[in-house]
Design a protein around this ligand. Structure first.
Ligand SMILES: [Zn+2]
Length: 320
């Protein structure tokens, strides 16, 4: 199917492409309950006008958006929160207890991303990160419920990818907005065997047992569909979850074998190559028809992020 900026997924949910880096890399979602709306994930600061354009197309007044809900404070999920909150005067920002201070004062988030990417790339990918007024921030604890018009959302603490991560259960669609907890599945890698899914271990809080437990938490809700940030809706979650559990074990095995044989300063580079080889191999096993260059173009950024996160995890384990 050709690329769609906005895709209606049924159940009054629309998938929005955030336009981060490339098409079909990162999504956010518009959810309707009665006359009220919520936006789940924000993309980056560059995504704000894309979301506002959809509201205009649908003749939704800014005041009708009651909630802005990033699953965690990584900038591909929450980078647009400040800009969006400025444009939506009736909205409250809902965030994990460990994420709130970073939304109110994003200086550390911004500095962290600038250190990784450099100033020019930061500006191109993320634009800016604007603070959210403390009075408009509400913390959502594990198990807390929220009413959006005629539907109810339930929030679950899901550490493992990050300690500041929650997922949002939407019983009305039998769906869950999974952020990065339930991995990544790019549509370009979907085959006749279904979506190609893999875990994401972005630095700096990857925790394999916690991530596996969080995936189980989501599966125990018996969802029929998941709304991944990377990327879009997937159905039949159980076999996907089982595959993710096995791949988390594989990541750990690969990382440990590299750590056992090499000096610390070599870990990340070797892990990057190993991750790219592992993910490309898994995609080919899944029946993907792309050549090596096309696979690398899609998977290399995640191979690098995963290698960085696994290196931080190995180091923190070596220190404890
Ligand atoms: Zn992400």
């Amino acid at each position: 199917m050709s690329f769609q900026r906005y895709q209606d997924l049924g159940h009054h949910i629309t998938r929005i492409d955030t336009a981060m880096v490339r098409d079909e890399l990162a999504a956010c979602y518009l959810l309707k309950g009665g006359d009220d709306y919520a936006i789940i994930e924000t993309g980056t600061h560059h995504t704000v006008p894309i979301i506002l354009e959809l509201l205009e197309q649908r003749r939704i007044r800014p005041e009708q958006v009651k909630y802005v809900i990033p699953t965690h404070v990584h900038l591909d999920h929450a980078g647009g929160a400040g800009g969006l909150m400025r444009a939506l005067p009736g909205a409250t920002l809902l965030i994990h207890p460990r994420g709130a201070r970073h939304m109110i004062d994003p200086a550390r988030l911004k500095a962290g991303a600038m250190a990784v990417y450099g100033e020019a790339t930061f500006a191109r990918i993320y634009g800016d990160v604007i603070p959210v007024d403390e009075s408009r921030v509400r913390i959502m604890e594990d198990g807390e419920r929220l009413t959006v018009g005629d539907r109810e959302l339930i929030f679950y603490d899901t550490p493992g990818h990050a300690k500041h991560h929650f997922c949002v259960h939407d019983p009305a669609s039998a769906g869950i907005f999974t952020g990065d907890t339930f991995g990544i599945s790019y549509p370009a890698l979907t085959t006749e065997h279904g979506p190609f899914i893999f875990p994401t271990t972005t630095p700096v809080q990857f925790d394999p047992p916690a991530l596996k437990a969080s995936i189980n938490t989501l599966l125990e809700l018996n969802p029929e569909r998941l709304y991944l940030t990377h990327y879009g809706m997937v159905e039949h979650p159980r076999p996907l979850g089982e595959r993710l559990q096995g791949m988390i074990d594989d990541y750990v095995t690969v990382a440990e074998s590299i750590a056992a044989g090499l000096a610390v300063d070599e870990w990340q580079e070797v892990l990057h190559e190993a991750m790219l080889a592992y993910l490309s191999g898994a995609a080919l096993d899944h029946g993907c028809q792309l050549d090596d260059d096309a696979l690398e173009a899609i998977l290399d950024m995640d191979a690098r992020l995963n290698s960085q996160g696994l290196t931080v995890w190995l180091q923190s384990r070596a220190e404890s």
